[in-house]
Structure formats: structure tokens, C-alpha cells
Design a protein around this ligand. Structure first.
Ligand code: SF4
Length: 63
């Protein structure tokens, strides 16, 4: 089964980097916290890059 990314919103600092890097997967919600709206919207590699770039490392894989 494909890996699914999710955002730990308790840790998100709303920097917007993941949305900038993979707008096909992440967006800011009504509370200005990042959320995954399309878990398969980009390649795992692109998602991994956004994950690695998150300054508080709050994007994770759920398998
Ligand atoms: Fe939140 Fe991390 Fe995305 Fe920044 S990169 S908006 S801290 S999930």
C-alpha cells in the first residue's frame, strides 16, 4: 500500500514551506496550519523533500 503523509498540526508553525514545495499535496487550513489534502498528489520523493525541509519535522508517513 502507498505511504500516506500527514501533518502533526500540534507542532506545525505555519511557515508554509511544505505548501510551497508540494502544493499538490499540502495546503493551509482555516486555522493556518498545514494539512494533507491529496496524499498521492505528488511523488513520494517530492513529499519526502517537503518533509525533510519542514523546520520542525512535523510531517510524517503513515503506513
Ligand atoms: Fe507546518 Fe512544517 Fe508545513 Fe511549515 S513545513 S507549514 S511547519 S508542516
Amino acid at each position: 500500500m502507498a505511504k500516506t503523509p500527514y501533518v502533526d498540526q500540534d507542532a506545525c508553525i505555519s511557515c508554509g514551506l511544505c505548501v510551497e514545495m508540494a502544493p499538490e499535496v499540502f495546503r493551509m487550513d482555516a486555522e493556518d496550519l498545514a494539512e494533507v489534502y491529496a496524499p498521492t498528489g505528488a511523488s513520494e520523493q517530492s513529499i519526502q523533500e517537503a518533509m525533510d525541509a519542514c523546520p520542525v519535522s512535523c510531517i510524517h508517513w503513515q503506513e
